[in-house]
Design a protein around this ligand. Structure first.
Ligand code: BES
Ligand code: MN
Ligand code: ZN
Length: 513
């Protein structure tokens, strides 16, 4: 979709639709909406006073412009934002996502949305960058709400043939235009980072293999001028990545260890290390999963995809920061030479691991990724992984699990989560939990039993971070949605990219908390 910011009057916009956003329970129309309504002879006000349109979040009503009504647009779309006292950028993202879908269903190919009304409604957003933030949110909401994955469809094409091609973010004041342009560009980059993750997760595991991921990394490197290095199995063997290799043993797909480096910051600045779990299919291995929902395990590479997307976006946004991205990629399969329960693996760190359950494979590949991160003397290390089903038991489907060893870093991730709408919630990492992962035969075992499964997984990871300042994001609770939501697609949600990008851009701007 082509998204532009323009200085214009909304009444004069020649789009297929004009999108107006209205708060719940209010009779008065915001200024731009009122100007449109004047041309519609009060039909918008009529929708509201009749009670047909209440302004409830997610509600959308569409009016056709009649002959003789002096409006250049073909339709007027009224979308609800919910109560004014609860108005926020997140609500706006949702309202925009719902409205964009309705606009597409109506067959409109282009729409325009006025920013001034939103600037009046969203007084909770700091005034200095309000226009920029609103424009960014509108772009994100539309891109994410309109997302569809149709690559493998050869039938029912008519359902997906409709596409919205153009969105105009309209400001009235020429001084607001630069901000709106900046916001639109940021929203586009961040929205596309998320749809990139969704695409990688939606493609089936017979397409997205570790080799495919490595090729994506090389493509990003080519296009964005970042450096990519891919370690193959022999290189991993030479280094001694026994934990990652132990997971890869059961698969015919060769594992890859991908290193992407983006250097946007000062030469001397220590990089942020991002480590993303990339299991392109998790069958469980010898500890085979049950068939129910096993197909969803094609998305067990969401963490790695989010890291790829974040590096790509950081480069597009030219963030003044150094990043090293580490992506251990493998399948987890129950082949004849697969690792068996009871096997002992020697990790890159030298620590030995007793594999109790081959389905706890994510922490094994992350162990070697975290150890490798130390080579870069990173300022901080953040790993992101679809690590434990227990995370959804603890937090439900609305929060990312967060654990770590540094309060400041935890604070940065919490703040980034609030700001971007991908919220995180901290769980404790007390020493008592470490009892559960003591092994009788090796240094550590890879499962800690049912209680506190997300915590004991993080406790295991912490043994491989060396002295680094580190945090762990468990996205197993949020990487997949059972139903279509305002701007979150059914299936893979693409979670993580927005959070990492916000975290990185805050750090680049020097906002460390
Ligand atoms: N990839 C799964 C976790 C997962 C579950 C992600 C559901 C998304 C949705 C992970 O590799 C796994 O299998 N974890 C096990 C750990 C257990 C064996 C200690 C789990 O959660 O059951
Ligand atoms: Mn598993
Ligand atoms: Zn897994």
């Amino acid at each position: 979709m082509d998204i532009t910011a323009r200085k214009s009057r909304i009444e004069d916009e020649p789009a297929d639709a004009v999108l107006l956003i209205h708060c719940e329970g209010e009779r008065r129309l915001a200024p731009a909406a009122a100007a449109v309504d004047a041309r519609l002879r009060g039909r918008l006000a009529g929708l509201i006073t009749s009670g047909e349109f209440t302004g409830r979040l997610g509600q959308v009503s569409i009016l056709h412009v009649a002959p003789g009504e002096r409006l250049r647009a073909k339709r007027v779309v009224l979308a609800g934002l919910g109560k004014r006292k609860d108005a926020s950028l997140e609500k706006l993202r949702q309202a925009t996502g719902s409205a964009a879908k309705a606009i597409r269903t109506a067959g409109a190919k282009s729409f325009a949305v006025p920013v001034p009304d939103l600037a009046v409604l969203l007084t909770s957003v700091p005034a200095v960058n309000r226009v920029r933030d609103i424009a960014q949110t509108l772009a994100e909401g539309a891109i994410l709400g309109l997302y569809q994955f149709t690559t493998y469809r050869t039938e029912r094409k008519d359902e997906t043939a409709k596409a919205v091609r153009k969105m105009s973010v309209v400001v009235g004041d020429p001084r607001a235009l630069a901000q709106a342009r900046q916001g639109v560009r940021q929203g586009q980059i961040i929205g596309e980072a998320t749809t990139y993750v969704r695409d990688l997760c939606n493609h089936p595991a017979n397409v997205v293999t570790p080799t495919y991921i490595a090729n994506e990394a090389k493509k990003i490197a080519r296009e964005r001028g970042v450096s990519a290095k891919v370690l193959d199995r022999p290189a991993m063997q030479r280094l001694g990545m026994g934990a990652l290799l132990g997971v890869a043993r059961g698969s015919h797909e060769p594992p890859k260890f991908v290193i992407l480096e983006y250097r946007g910051g000062p030469r001397s600045a220590h990089p942020v290390a991002l480590v993303g779990k990339t299991v392109t299919f998790d069958s469980g291995g010898i500890s085979l999963k049950s068939a129910d929902n096993m197909e969803q395990m094609k998305a067990d590479m969401t963490g790695g995809a989010a890291v790829l997307a974040a590096v790509r976006a950081a480069s597009r946004l030219r963030l003044p920061i150094n990043i090293v991205a580490l992506i251990p990629a493998t399948e987890n399969m129950p082949g004849g030479s697969a690792t068996k329960p009871g096997d002992v693996l020697t990790s890159l760190s030298g620590k030995t691991i007793e594999v109790i359950n081959t389905d706890a494979e994510g922490r094994l590949i992350l162990a070697d990724g975290l150890t490798y991160a130390n080579r870069y003397k990173p300022s901080v290390v953040v790993d992101i992984a679809t690590l434990t089903g227990a995370c959804a038991v603890a937090l439900g489907k609305h929060a990312i699990g967060l654990l770590g060893n540094n309060d400041k870093l935890i604070g940065e991730l919490k703040a980034a989560g609030e700001q971007c709408g991908e919220r995180v919630w901290q769980l404790p990492l007390w020493e008592e939990y470490y009892e559960q992962i003591k092994s009788d035969v090796a240094d550590v075992k890879n499962t800690g039993g049912r209680p506190g499964g997300t915590i004991t997984a993080a406790a295991f990871l912490s043994k491989f971070v060396g002295g680094a300042v580190w945090a762990h994001l468990d996205i197993a609770s949020t990487d997949w949605s059972e139903h279509e939501q305002a701007y979150i697609s059914k299936g893979p949600t693409g979670v993580g990219a927005r959070l990492l990008i916000r975290f990185l851009s805050n750090r680049a701007a020097g906002k460390r908390s």
